[in-house]
Design a protein around this ligand. Structure first.
Ligand code: ZN
Length: 262
């Protein structure tokens, strides 16, 4: 069984400053468990795939999780600031970083401010990738000036730009879409006990090395795991791009990747 204290030569422990937060679903009154951050037993130097379930503000830590190219769990934790998220990516140098947040605006928009005269080129609302998701019956957040996730979009774009300046390969993912592709559309709401149990059980079938740690996972870490897995699939040419390359793409598993019937 993997433990936190086993050989981490290839994947050094991050400094204590990264031990930032307990899972957000920690039971009331229960003692906060120290949150493990590196889980690598016989990890080899290999390609790593990072999933980030980005929040709109550092006030809510973002769940992050890394897999290697044999789908071993390498890292998971909650990270607060953009600087710490960037530092940990520099520490691990992942091949692909998958971020669960819109990483672009509709073509024509320079911002999401109603006071700015910029206008989308398309007469249709949102980005093409958002519209394609909806056409497949997968609801997603709006990316128009009327969006209620402006903070998340700005944070996502800013983080993506910083990663790209450093040479990282960044993709946009949407864990709900990934989960729908992999596990079918009959997914119970992830904020319910039934939903979180369903997600953990299904994730364990595709990512068995998560199993010893799933008790610690909330739905945000499950999303980070789905994001990291999508990054892996992307690298294996097993992901499909939705949308327009100039505007911004969302990657989802190719249809053949579904392992469970709905
Ligand atoms: Zn503008």
């Amino acid at each position: 069984m993997l433990t936190q204290s086993q050989d981490t030569t290839n994947f050094p422990l991050p400094p204590d400053c990264f031990v930032t937060a307990a899972p957000r679903n920690d039971k009331k009154g229960g003692a906060l468990q120290p949150f493990p951050h590196v889980i690598a037993s016989e990890a080899k130097q290999s390609h790593l795939f990072f999933g980030i379930d980005l929040t709109s503000t550092p006030a809510k830590p973002s769940a992050c999780l890394a897999l290697d190219d044999e789908l071993q769990l390498i890292y998971f934790g909650f990270i607060v600031t953009d600087d710490d998220i960037i530092t940990i990516q520099n520490l691990y140098s992942p091949q692909v970083i998958a971020i669960d947040a819109p990483l672009s605006l509709p073509l024509g928009l320079c911002c999401l401010e109603r006071s700015c005269p910029c206008q989308p080129k398309s007469s249709e609302k949102n980005r093409k990738c958002d519209r394609e998701l909806r056409h497949r019956g997968i609801p997603c957040y709006p990316t128009t000036k009327e969006t209620f996730i402006k903070g998340l979009i700005y944070r996502g774009i800013s983080l993506k730009n910083k990663f790209c300046q450093q040479g990282f390969n960044v993709i946009e993912v949407y864990p709900y879409a990934t989960n729908t592709c992999l596990f079918g559309k009959a997914i119970p709401k992830k904020t319910t006990q039934e939903g979180i149990s369903f997600l953990k059980q299904r994730l364990a079938t595709i990512l068995p090395t998560l199993s010893p740690y799933l008790e610690l996972f909330d739905h945000n870490l499950c999303d980070a795991a789905s994001a990291a897995y999508t990054a892996f699939l992307y690298h294996q040419s097993m992901a499909e791009a939705l949308g327009d390359a100039e505007e911004g793409l969302i990657f989802i598993p190719k249809a053949s990747q579904g392992k469970e019937s709905p």
